[in-house]
Design a protein around this ligand. Structure first.
Ligand SMILES: CC(=O)N[C@@H](CCC[C@H](N)C(=O)O)C(=O)O
Length: 389
């Protein structure tokens, strides 16, 4: 197989990555990132490019590269948002935005997408290529929102869609993928407890929602262990617990925020239902009002298309300069799952070899993955464009 050149140098890619790392922004607020991406894209050869910044999704960018003899439009999506995490990497190019960090590697994703775009802007592709710089992957369902706001219409509609996520557990630059489900579907869950506040010394006159919410958390742990087929698995994590104001006042309110994960839509709905039942039981036994709000948004299970994914895996396995790893399904969520339910395509991992996990304040992906990834994906896209069907 041919080795593919990249058109942004290693030093330029590193500079872009480090700049993006310094300016992380939360979902739907990615203004500085948007401006920087546009600045870079405008540096590329514009001959075959069409750039669209849709008013209906102001921080999104779509770039269409017109192919020489297009048989199809191949979509490539990258997410652009950061997380509300206070960075603790100690890197000289650490986040300059307090308490916001690219703790999920979307800076790596964007750098890879820019490298691909630079290559195909300089070497006109056979097919059309559509790049989608998508806001709001971590929350607020950017992918689903883009679809519902009618962005993928006419020439902006991909026939097939590809996207990647970085993976600290894989060797640097390795490509990971699997047939079938790659990522879980998720549901965001908010639970509110309404009781009666009071004096710490007179619990008999109050209805303590710290105790009720704690009991709920404990009971919920039994859903996965007792109500879920262990072969199928599932996850319930409450990452946020808010209650109370001061040590000597009993809290009359508690608020929990969590996420539910399952590899099939059926499993997610089963866990959703059990959460509602446990909440109702707690409400009854603690004489409290307990409300549950569930929101799946666009975080559907990421189901890879059989034919396109077989093709993708076959290419990656045979490409001489690609290290391919067949991966297990992961309980991470991705709103690309929604887009893959609308357009056939493949999501895959890019190894970034780090000891820290995604969403950790010390995540330090190895940036060498960027150029290795660009070469592998350029090779695949070029190969795909040589195929008739
Ligand atoms: C790859 C990754 O880490 N994705 C996020 C997606 C967020 C899903 C949604 N906001 C939720 O929490 O349910 C993840 O947390 O897996």
């Amino acid at each position: 197989m041919e080795t593919h050149q990249i058109d942004l140098s290693e030093a330029q890619l590193l500079q872009i990555y480090q700049h993006l790392h310094q300016i992380p922004e939360l979902a739907m607020q990615e203004k500085e990132t948007h401006a920087y991406l546009l600045e870079i894209i405008h540096h590329f050869d514009q001959t075959y490019l069409e750039i669209w910044t849709p008013e209906v999704l102001p921080t999104a960018i779509l770039v269409l590269i017109h192919g020489k003899a297009p048989k199809r439009t191949i979509g490539y999506r990258t997410d652009i948002d950061g997380l509300p995490v206070a960075e603790k990497t100690g890197l000289p190019f650490a986040s300059q935005h307090p308490n916001v960090m690219h703790a999920c590697g979307h800076d790596i994703h964007m750098s890879v997408a820019l490298g691909l775009l630079a290559h195909f802007a300089a070497h006109q592709p056979q097919d059309n290529l559509l790049f989608f710089f998508q806001p709001a992957e971590e929350s607020l369902n950017g992918g689903k929102t883009a679809f519902e706001r009618g962005i993928f219409k006419g020439k902006w509609c991909p026939d097939e869609f590809y996207g990647l996520h970085d993976n600290p557990d894989l060797p640097v630059g390795a490509i990971g993928c699997r047939m079938g489900t790659l990522f879980a579907g998720t549901t965001e869950v908010d639970v509110d407890f309404y009781g009666k506040g009071g004096h710490a010394a007179f619990p008999q006159d109050a209805n303590d929602m710290v105790v009720a919410a704690s009991q709920f958390i404990n009971q919920v742990q039994t859903i996965v262990s007792r109500s879920v087929d262990p072969i199928e698995g599932g996850v319930i994590t409450f990452g946020k617990f808010e209650a109370g104001t001061i040590r000597n006042v009993i809290a009359g309110r508690a608020h929990l925020e969590g996420t539910i994960r399952g590899l099939t839509q059926k499993m997610i709905e089963h866990i959703d239902q059990r959460i509602k039942e446990v909440a109702a039981g707690i409400g009854q036994s603690y004489q409290a009002k307990v409300t549950v709000q569930l929101n799946q948004g666009g975080y559907w299970p990421v189901e890879n298309n059989p034919q396109l994914t077989h093709n993708f895996i076959t290419y990656m396995k045979t490409a001489t300069d690609v290290q391919f790893v067949e991966t297990a399904p992961a309980m991470t969520g991705e709103d690309f799952g929604y887009l893959l339910a609308k357009f056939p395509g493949t999501m895959f991992w890019l190894g970034v070899a780090d000891d820290s996990q995604l969403h950790s304040a010390t995540l330090t992906p190895n940036p060498q993955a960027i150029q290795i990834g660009i070469k592998a994906i350029t090779g695949f896209i070029t190969h795909r464009m040589s195929e008739k069907a």
